[in-house]
Design a protein around this ligand. Structure first.
Ligand code: SAH
Length: 391
């Protein structure tokens, strides 16, 4: 176990429960400074503060797991998991069989995402430190939930920054089928957990899809950045008279078509269109009564924020221009680096340029299975606005 000594006066965030320690706060390290592993953290006067894991490659040198002197072992992960699963068991309705079980820092398990899709769990590590506990975590998961199998999806950009090897495949139990059928608030969806985006489904939009259903009666809806058609199914379920489902991904749209089908909307009025949503929104020569704008993260780094702001403004400007009077815009940003304040300002700029008067009907965010640590507000990434245009 490494011992990390902080610079004088740099202990406040740790004492306040923030789970990250950046390289600049570290005075010295006892133990092998080159290897990833469990670490104890001390203040400048050598008082013990917290325990977590250390990664010399990451700018976030330490992510904290506990502020108590407890062992980081199988029992520790079982306790953390029980705490996380209890929240979901209490609060998720029976018509929903896909939800997030572990939301990283928000469940005090930094570096780990676990999603449940019916009988299968999908695990994703996003730090090398957490991946060292993979066996303890898989054991704890196997015994805490009755499941058919665990599939791992550790991959991508984050892995490179962390020195974390990709690892994709069946870890425990049965191999998942090509498409798993899940239920969300009573509607069926097919999810490809092997190749789909994120871990297969955008679980964070559940409440907002239900909200769209409640607002859709008799409306012509454009679902932009539709992925596998989540918002489209809920729009039809809520009585939309027409839904256009738009995305740039062919595999996503193939699943969207099947999702409409299995919910009985195969012949419902509308179209499924593939293309670039930026170009489409600018060029369409018709209006809608409701538009959903759920683009992928346009800012992956702090430096991207200005360019991202331009992208969000463009999308919202052209969406607002294509709404009928009284029309509804559900607009989202899932960029962690774009605050809800900034997002609202961007959308305001778009409304001014579109020459529309716009009201905020509701502020939107992620559902109960995506908790955010009060000590780590950075964990809140999804923000949205439900807007209504006047005339
Ligand atoms: N609203 C969806 C999730 C959207 S995720 C849901 O509820 O499930 C963002 C989507 O944007 C992805 O499906 C991705 O394929 C798509 N996308 C990315 N760039 C795009 C572009 N330029 N034009 C259209 N779609 C795009």
């Amino acid at each position: 176990m490494q011992r990390i000594y902080l610079k004088q006066g740099r202990e406040r965030p740790v004492l306040n429960g923030h789970p990250w320690i950046f390289s600049g706060a570290v005075e010295r390290i006892e133990g092998d400074p080159q290897s990833v592993g469990t670490a104890d953290v001390f203040d400048g006067k050598s008082n013990w503060l917290a325990r977590g894991y250390y990664n010399p490659k990451s700018q976030i040198r330490v992510r904290l797991l506990t502020w108590r002197e407890e062992a980081i072992d199988g029992d520790f992960f079982a306790r953390r998991l029980r705490h996380a699963i209890d929240l979901r068991d209490r609060h998720l309705a029976s018509g929903t069989t896909a939800y997030r079980i572990v939301n990283g820092e928000g469940d005090f398990l930094p570096g780990l995402t676990v999603d449940r899709y019916a009988d299968f769990l999908v695990c994703q590590f996003y730090t090398a430190g957490m991946a060292r506990f993979r066996d303890e975590i898989f054991d704890a998961l196997s015994s805490s939930a009755s499941i058919a199998g665990i599939f791992e999806r550790t991959e991508g950009r984050v892995g490179d920054e962390e020195g974390l090897d990709a690892s994709v495949g069946t870890i425990r139990g049965a191999a998942p089928p090509e498409a798993i059928e899940i239920m969300e608030n009573g509607h069926k969806f097919l999810v490809d957990i092997r190749r789909g985006q994120k871990t297969g489904f955008f679980l964070d939009q559940r409440d907002n899809r239900a909200f769209l259903a409640a607002m859709s009666r008799g409306r012509a809806v454009l679902n932009c950045f539709a992925y596998t058609g989540g918002f489209s199914v809920f729009a039809f379920a809520g009585g939309a008279k027409e839904v256009v489902t738009f995305d740039s991904s062919k595999p996503a749209l193939e699943l969207a078509e099947r999702n409409l089908e299995i919910n009985g909307f195969a012949d419902a009025p509308g179209e499924i269109l593939k293309g670039d949503a930026f170009a489409y929104l600018k060029e369409i020569d018709r209006n809608f009564d409701a538009i959903v704008l759920d683009p992928p993260s346009l800012a992956h780094k702090k430096n991207d924020v200005d360019a991202a702001a331009g992208g969000y403004k463009f999308l919202n400007l052209h969406a607002l221009k294509h709404l009928n009077p009284g029309g509804l815009l559900l607009t989202f940003s899932c960029s962690q680096h774009v605050s809800s304040d900034l997002f609202q300002k961007i959308v305001f700029g778009a409304a001014v340029d579109a020459q529309r008067r716009v009201g905020i009907v509701k502020r939107l965010g992620s559902p109960i299975d995506h908790p955010v640590s009060l000590h780590h507000p950075e964990g809140e990434y999804l923000k949205g606005l439900a807007l209504r245009v006047l005339d």
